[in-house]
Design a protein around this ligand. Structure first.
Ligand code: HMG
Length: 460
């Protein structure tokens, strides 16, 4: 007899119509910079730190003819082709990005202009589009917003949410080895084939200076260590909000001996770099297990968590907490939960780097590519955006997910071209005009005219 996951056991019976993710497509540029070798040597960094300490092996780099809009158009084209989607079916295209080239014009209008070169002029005329900015969480806020619209929609329309970004920090800065680029397009639909959203959203927001990009700057300002802490605080806050709402809605109601994470078969976090999902899951499991019997098993291994009233001053308490966190992250209970529920979500990110607002959905693509998703499983998503906000939500895997065609991403990643450090630096600084690889069957930025309008075309 098949063993039902906690998600399947706890799902409300006889649900009629759901909304959620029907399909997705990922576009990754054809160039990458290997972090071992020339890059590590030139920056004076031990490659072990980059590969193990940060977790990135190869960083995706956009070619001279690419920008966030061409990448968005590419992932949408891939999505439309793989799911046989026609333009007149699409009611709304929301684009989540923090890499927009225009302060006013919505990136979706450029994207529609490009797609109409393939599908015919005017073919997207009745589609609404808006660009959403909220650092790395924009796409998830777009998804939440479209899920409410779709639930009320009665004309059999579908929605598309696109994430597209070039993650960019100054050369030779500590952020540099966490760059990347790419786009993910999500097809949102009623009665989706892949994932039905449970429509329980837990938010957390507070004003922070962890990461931002003032007007006119092409690279982000980041307070690295502070950004890690803001991420952990916000995702924990959103998780608590989600847990309380999920209990009120009767979706996840743990018994006295159970924890909320017992009801999540996979947890997908925002992935600025793969080690961050390890820090995030350690924070969430530790926090969640405090309220259930699992805590006793952990305490038997590593002792009790230091408490504020243990007679220590603030600095000593912080040091004791940091020490306990290190022990927790090495405990067998944590390592087992991490391997079962989180680790595989970072597989693609190791080869691509940070793609900002699409990174969390790169995690979903990783699970699909590794065939790790099964019907009835519940996925928990912990999205984060600097500034800072987090959103935790969940969805259940549908039976048709198993019939979706593969994304072909492992092959795409293998076919990319490695570039030299010199080429990477020229592209980074916008000094290389000629493409490294001649474009074929893709959208290209042809030029920017004297008014600043960008001209794109599809190259056969
Ligand atoms: P750093 O100073 O380069 O790294 O900063 P570190 O010194 O903290 O080391 C990192 C890990 O490498 C440590 O592991 C070291 O021990 C280990 P841990 O102790 O934590 O387990 N290490 C080694 N391991 C093996 N061999 C070695 C070795 N040496 C050290 N030889 C940081 C890292 C991520 C802060 C920096 O790269 C940065 O500022 N990146 C950009 C900001 C960022 O990604 N922040 C993440 C949270 S904010 C976020 O996610 C939002 C964002 O996506 C933007 C948005 O929302 O739009 C960024």
């Amino acid at each position: 007899m098949p063993v039902l996951s906690k998600a399947a056991e706890s799902s409300p019976q006889g649900k009629e119509q759901t909304v959620g993710i029907d399909d997705l497509a990922v576009y990754v540029p054809g160039l990458y910079l290997p972090l071992e070798g020339e890059f590590a040597r030139s920056r004076g960094i031990d490659p072990g730190k980059l590969i193990k300490g940060i977790g990135i092996e190869r960083m995706a780099v956009p070619d001279a003819h690419e920008d966030a809009a061409t990448m968005a158009a590419m992932s949408l084209l891939l999505l439309m082709r793989r799911s046989g989607l026609q333009p007149d079916r699409i009611g709304k295209i929301y684009v989540g990005t923090e890499s927009s080239a225009d302060e006013a014009k919505a990136m979706g209008t450029y994207v529609i202009g490009m797609l109409e070169q393939v599908y015919g002029r005017g073919s997207f005329r009745e589609c609404g589009t808006v660009e959403m900015k909220a650092a790395c969480i924009a796409t998830t806020l777009a998804l939440e917003s479209q899920s409410y619209w779709l639930a009320a929609e009665d004309e059999d329309k579908v929605g598309v949410v696109i994430a597209s970004d070039v993650a960019k920090y100054p050369l030779a800065s500590p952020g540099e080895y966490t760059q990347g680029a790419g786009s993910v397009s999500l097809l949102l639909k009623k009665n989706p084939r892949l994932l039905s959203l449970e429509q329980v959203y837990g938010h957390f927001t507070r004003d922070e200076n962890d990461f931002f990009r003032p007007m006119g700057c092409t690279t982000a300002v980041v307070n690295g260590k502070h950004s890690n802490q803001c991420y952990l605080d916000a995702v924990t806050g959103a998780f608590d909000s989600f847990a309380a709402r999920a209990a009120r809605n009767g979706i996840i109601v743990p018994a006295a001996s159970e924890c909320v994470t017992d009801f999540l078969d996979h947890i997908l976090f925002h992935i600025p770099y793969p080690r961050m999902v390890e820090y995030a899951s350690a924070a969430i499991f530790r926090h969640d297990w405090k309220g259930c019997q699992r805590r006793l098993k952990v305490e038997a291994e590593i002792g009790p968590e230091p408490g504020e009233g243990d007679g220590k001053d603030a600095a000593a308490f912080q040091a004791a907490q940091a020490d306990y966190a290190r022990h927790f992250a090495r405990s067998p209970q944590f390592l087992e939960a991490f391997a079962a529920k989180v680790k595989d979500t970072a597989t693609l990110s190791r080869q691509i780097g940070n793609i900002y607002t699409g990174s969390i959905y790169l995690g979903l693509a990783s699970l699909l590519e590794l065939d790790r998703i099964q019907t009835g499983q519940r996925l928990g998503f912990g999205a984060y955006g600097s500034g800072c906000s987090a959103l935790f939500f969940s969805g259940q895997v549908e039976a048709q997910a198993e019939d979706l065609p593969g994304l072909g991403l492992m092959k795409r990643l293998e076919e990319r071209k490695a570039i030299t450090l010199a080429d990477y630096e020229m592209l980074h600084e916008g000094k290389r005009e000629k493409s490294v690889v001649q474009p074929e069957q893709e959208f290209v930025l042809e030029g920017i005219d004297s008014q600043g309008y960008r001209h794109y075309k599809f190259v056969e």
